[in-house]
Design a binder for this molecule. Structure first.
Ligand code: CP
Ligand code: NVA
Length: 306
């Protein structure tokens, strides 16, 4: 693995290795309060075109724990493809830093950075995908249930970047994926075809009935109905998603052992109710913490050759 731009580019063995390294580094830090400084003297450049709490903090803290530094670049200053072409940004940063993490609107910008950089490039979310999130989610599911194969993940809401990466992750790890969206918000069929071509045996279902989706689910998952960059569509979208909230009534239709995940930030009362978010089946804060642990493993593998 040279870059981490898309889960579909990674083999299941690569992803398994990332989870194993992440688990080891998490255990080491939990038991000793520190990690070995395997990235001492190394710098990760971090570019954000969109806001962030989890991604920004987890990459910065992961670099600190591994002995290196996460250097935050304000996109107003970098101006990816505005002040300066991405091709040039990639090569300049490659000459000074040891890795690049970027959160962009267009996915093509990440691909361009990866094409021209000679250091690893990491996708910290694009309009198209959020692979770091999906891997932290898989890590959380495995920690909770002890295994992944055969688990059912029900995604309720918008067929968006997070749903897309989670679907691919489920395929890679032999999990069943059911996505319940209102009409018009399904995962695009070209994308479903692409995932099914990669993982032909994958159990992938789409529905517009949230109750049907959660009936046999081990994991209920949701995300905002209005992603970053879609703010102008908010008034149109909200009524169209009515009935797609993970609330106590929907959770009661799922098996008792089911857990609830949300990539956050959450909009209580819209895609998730306050009672579910704060309830015993919610594992959202363990999931958020796993962003740190997964990305530590990712940085250790990409920049520390672990
Ligand atoms: N889940 C996630 O990526 O959060 P941020 O947008 O805060 O980074
Ligand atoms: N789908 C959301 C995820 C936020 C982490 C967005 O793109 O805004």
């Amino acid at each position: 693995m040279t870059h981490f731009t898309s889960l579909s580019d990674c083999s299941t063995d690569d992803l398994r290795h990332l989870l194993d390294v992440s688990g080891r580094l998490k255990k080491q830090h939990k038991s000793t309060g520190r990690n070995d400084p395997i990235l001492a003297g190394k710098t990760l450049a971090m570019i954000f075109e969109k806001p962030s709490l989890r991604t920004r903090v987890s990459f910065a803290v992961a670099m600190t724990h591994l002995g290196g530094e996460g250097l935050l670049l304000r996109n107003e200053e970098v101006g990816l493809d505005v002040r300066e072409p991405g091709e040039d940004v990639a090569r300049v940063l490659s000459g000074m830093c040891d890795g690049i993490m970027a959160r962009t609107f267009e996915h093509e910008k990440i691909l361009k950075l990866a094409k021209y950089a000679t250091v690893p490039v990491i996708n910290g979310l694009t309009d198209y995908s959020h692979p770091c999130q999906a891997m932290a989610d898989v890590m959380t599911i495995e920690e909770h249930f002890g295994s992944l194969k055969g688990r059912t993940v029900a995604f309720i809401g918008d067929g968006n970047n997070v749903a897309r990466s989670l679907a691919t992750a489920c395929g890679k790890f032999d999990m069943r994926f059911i996505v319940a969206t209102p009409p018009g918000y399904q995962l695009d069929s070209a994308e479903v075809d692409r995932i099914m071509t990669q993982v032909p045996e994958m159990d992938f279902e789409t529905t517009d009935d949230p109750a049907e989706a959660v009936r046999d689910a081990d994991v209920l998952y949701t995300d905002t109905w209005v992603s970053m960059g879609q703010e102008a569509e908010k008034q149109k979208r909200l009524p169209e998603f009515a009935g797609f909230c993970i609330d106590e009534a929907l959770l009661a239709k799922a098996p008792k052992h089911a857990i609830v995940l949300h990539c956050l930030p959450a909009y209580r009362g819209l895609e998730i109710s306050d009672a579910v978010m704060e309830g015993p089946q919610s594992k959202v804060f363990a999931e958020a913490e796993n962003r740190l642990h997964f990305q530590k493993g990712l940085l250790a593998v990409l920049m520390g050759k672990m």
